[in-house]
Design a binder for this molecule. Structure first.
Ligand SMILES: Nc1ncnc2c1ncn2[C@@H]1O[C@H](COP(=O)(O)OP(=O)(O)OP(=O)(O)O)[C@@H](O)[C@H]1O
Length: 393
């Protein structure tokens, strides 16, 4: 590991692998089960983040694109309908201001999923799409580009609606849209999330609404501050997280019922379970389905070490040995419980390391602040429980 002041955008992908480097003890399954049972019996707190929190934290950590060597799997009902693919953003014939926004974000060429997803989303007549690929492969950028290019700024009413499972995820999407639309000042965006209020009887004059299902249902169906029948593009993002959040799926379906038949449907998910596909097929008629298989997340230039330890003290000794032998710029250390995380943080701080702890007892805002500080290099060691991962580490 090279010495570095901070984890840069291009190094973001290495974060996951760094974890493997310093995840020093990987006991056999039997030993692991025994340890876990022991810790649970001792009443320790096991951190499990909600799917929405996990998704948000992954977005924050992963500032760069996950490059994929996997082939796309494409399915469509009508094989005679044309399927487009592009290798450059120029080939999309975007409005010049929008293209300028894309390049200003540092996007030189479409990602693997964008090569097919974006031209499909921009096709005439509009084509419905279901796209599944892991976090960081460029889905958000793809649909935001499509949302922005479908807006007709000569009409002053909402034309594009994007549903996200939580406030934080909606804001993340809105921020991407605002950046990409930097040179399109006529496009107006409105959030439909907690804290945003519109007076009854008022009619929205923005072009794009990004929000959570409950608020969107209130605005579109209960208060009718915009006309769902005039929506031309409907985006359902993070469908797998949506399903996992109580009540959201029903709310999405209720909103969807009020849309016009010719509204273009865009459905995105990081995973591809049966429930997600059933939901997708209910919402999206006659879609093109694009899937990108999961990329192996370890890099060829990362070495992985395995140290067998009998107890916590030996694990600590192993960490000290790693620090003694190689120059560690920044490291993430995963612990099974909050108690171990806090114990380790105290020990390492006493040894002179600048340490931050990320665990489930922090609010989402606090966790984002911890991650931001770590990314800025203010702390060199991040000790975390499994709030960054759906599995145990
Ligand atoms: N064509 C591109 N070239 C370079 N960077 C890109 C490109 N498309 C997206 N990115 C960047 O890659 C990162 C991941 O992209 P994006 O958020 O669109 O992926 P995603 O699949 O929606 O993942 P997530 O669900 O975690 O948001 C972002 O930082 C984004 O700015």
């Amino acid at each position: 590991m090279a010495e570095s002041a901070a984890i840069s955008a291009s190094e973001a992908k290495e974060l996951t692998s760094l974890v493997n480097n310093l995840d020093i003890t990987r006991p056999s399954d039997a030993e692991k089960d025994k340890n876990e049972a022991g810790e649970a019996a001792a009443g320790e707190q096991d951190d499990t983040a909600s799917p929405a929190d996990t998704s948000l934290l992954r977005k924050i950590i992963r500032k760069g694109l996950v490059e994929s060597k996997q082939d796309l799997e494409i399915q469509r009902k009508d094989p005679s309908s044309p399927l487009y693919s592009v290798k450059t953003f120029d080939a999309l014939r975007l409005k010049p201001e929008l293209l300028k926004g894309v390049y200003a974000m540092g996007f030189n060429a479409p990602s693997k999923i964008q090569e097919t997803a974006v031209p499909t989303l921009l096709a005439h007549p509009p084509q419905n799409l279901i796209a599944q690929s892991q976090s960081g492969t460029g889905k958000t950028a793809a649909f935001v580009l499509a949302m922005l290019s479908r807006v007709d700024t000569s009409e002053n009413y909402p034309q594009v609606l994007c549903l996200s499972p939580t406030y934080e995820l909606a804001i993340q999407t809105g921020e991407v849209a605002a950046k990409m639309a930097k040179f399109c000042p006529d496009i107006r965006l409105q959030y439909a999330v907690r804290g945003e209020e519109v007076a009854r009887g008022h009619k929205l004059d923005c072009h794009i609404i990004i929000g959570t299902p409950g608020k969107m249902l209130d605005w579109g169906v209960k208060f009718r501050v915009f006309d769902l029948k005039k929506i031309r593009v409907f985006v359902l993002d993070e469908a797998d997280v949506m399903i996992a959040t109580q009540g959201h799926q029903d709310q999405c379906i209720r909103i969807h019922k009020h849309l016009s038949k010719d509204c273009q449907m865009m459905f995105f998910s990081a995973t591809y379970e049966r429930e997600v596909m059933e939901f997708a097929e209910y919402i999206v008629e006659n879609p093109v389905i694009i899937r990108l298989k999961r990329e192996q997340e370890s890099l060829d230039n990362i070495k992985q070490y395995y140290v067998k330890c009998r107890n916590q003290e030996e694990k600590y000794q192993a960490i000290q040995n790693v620090y003694g032998v190689i120059t560690v710029g920044q490291a993430i250390i995963f612990c099974h419980t909050r108690k171990t995380a806090s114990w380790l943080a105290t020990k390492m701080s006493k040894d002179g390391h600048s340490v931050a702890v990320l665990s489930g007892d922090l609010t989402v805002e606090q966790r984002l602040a911890v991650l931001d500080r770590f990314r800025d290099g203010k702390e060199k060691v991040l000790i975390t429980t499994n709030v960054l991962s759906r599995g145990k580490c």
